[in-house]
Write a protein that binds this ligand. Structure first.
Ligand code: SAH
Length: 353
């Protein structure tokens, strides 16, 4: 039993079954035992690998998109270059390197990072230096600057709740105890006003997920962009109008039972982009598969240019990385991108209205 399991079992024994969102928040962010609090989970030696860790080309394309948007919006002389959940800081480092060639962009950018993990903040400091401001919450980002924001695999880490349809009501999936071990259970059937719009497209036994933190975050970001200008690029796995159980745990690049080793496995759920798009007061793009987005920004030309400098095993892995980021059988279709931009502006490069 892990220390966090002992803590969770005691909590449930005292207070009864908990929501999956509470379980997720404890497992990921508990100050002493939380998964993100205590470790750098990324890369081959960790539990999962993300697009920026696969190839520098990912951050380069994002950087191009941000810089072109900055040019299109009249080159504001000061702006917040912000990232949510920056991991090791790799994506931001690649963005800064790729945009150095755009006169004035890096000079105008102030770095603002939203990160709760002290371990990952330290990794970001090592990578990006000290001219960075960190925040625990999206709402703390500066309000008086244009906002150029990226979030890659951030929303998938936010706690979700799951509900099973039963007639006109919903039963929440809970985490309780069975023979003193953590086990899934089901709460009582209740009306759920938040799910009123899901009665038409679901039937008995269907499961739907909601991510209570996601829409308020999208609204905050979108309001800043609408009033101050800028753009938000959100990249994650998921879709539109989510249905079914997508709660999963990853450890050492394998999926494991989500309740098995809390604090020692990454917990995620697919992102439903629809509530994000509905929450923003700004304009939003069409939901765009990652592969299409990267192709539109020119990743293949960039891959070919880089390939000329490589040979042998490094060329092989470069080709594999390009495929992994873009091919529909790999990350190209599973991962989606959504952009927010001012209603007075055109969509950023790579997106359609
Ligand atoms: N974007 C990075 C890392 C993705 S992992 C990459 O693509 O490689 C998820 C990141 O979100 C980590 O940095 C984690 O510490 C952070 N995170 C998770 N939940 C968070 C929360 N509620 N608030 C702020 N950051 C969070």
């Amino acid at each position: 039993m892990t220390d966090l399991t002992t803590h969770l079992v005691a909590r449930i024994r005292a207070g009864g079954p908990m929501r999956i969102s509470e379980f997720m928040a404890e497992a990921l962010l508990h100050p002493t035992y939380g998964y993100y609090t205590t470790r750098d989970p990324l890369g081959a030696a960790g539990d999962f690998t993300t697009a920026p860790e696969i190839s520098q080309m990912f951050g380069e394309m994002i950087g191009l998109c941000l810089a072109q948007t900055w040019l299109d919006q009249g080159r504001p002389t000061r702006f917040a270059l912000a990232e949510l959940g920056p991991g090791r800081g790799t994506l931001m480092a690649d963005i800064l390197r790729a945009t150095r060639a755009v006169p004035g962009f890096c000079e105008a950018a102030e770095l603002h990072l939203v990160e709760v993990s002290p371990t990952l903040r330290e990794a970001q400091r090592t990578r990006l230096g000290t001219a960075v401001t960190w925040y625990d919450n999206v709402a703390d980002l500066p309000e008086d600057l244009p906002l150029y924001l990226v979030a890659n695999e951030f929303f998938d880490a936010l706690p979700i709740r799951q509900f099973l349809r039963s007639g006109p009501g919903w039963a929440e999936r809970l985490v309780g105890l069975e023979n003193e071990a953590l086990a899934f259970g089901i709460g009582e059937i209740l009306a759920q006003p938040a799910l009123a719009d899901r009665l038409a497209d679901t039937k008995d036994g269907d499961m739907v997920e909601i991510c209570p933190m996601a829409a308020p975050i999208a609204e905050t970001i979108g309001a800043r962009i609408e009033t101050q200008g800028g753009v938000a690029l959100m990249i994650d796995y998921g879709g539109w109008h989510s249905l079914g159980d997508t709660f999963q745990a990853m450890r050492a690049h394998e999926t494991v039972f989500p309740l098995e080793v809390p604090g020692h496995a990454d917990l995620t759920a697919h992102v439903d982009f629809e509530p994000l798009a509905k929450a923003t007061p700004s304009a939003h793009s069409r939901l765009t598969p990652q592969g299409i987005f990267l192709e539109r920004l020119g990743i293949t030309a960039r891959a070919q240019a880089l390939a000329k400098t490589l040979s042998g095993a490094s060329l092989e892995s470069h080709i594999a990385a390009h495929r992994r980021l873009t091919h529909p059988d790999e990350m190209g279709n599973l991962f989606k991108t959504l952009a927010f931009y001012p209603t007075t502006a055109t969509p950023p490069p790579g997106f359609e209205a």
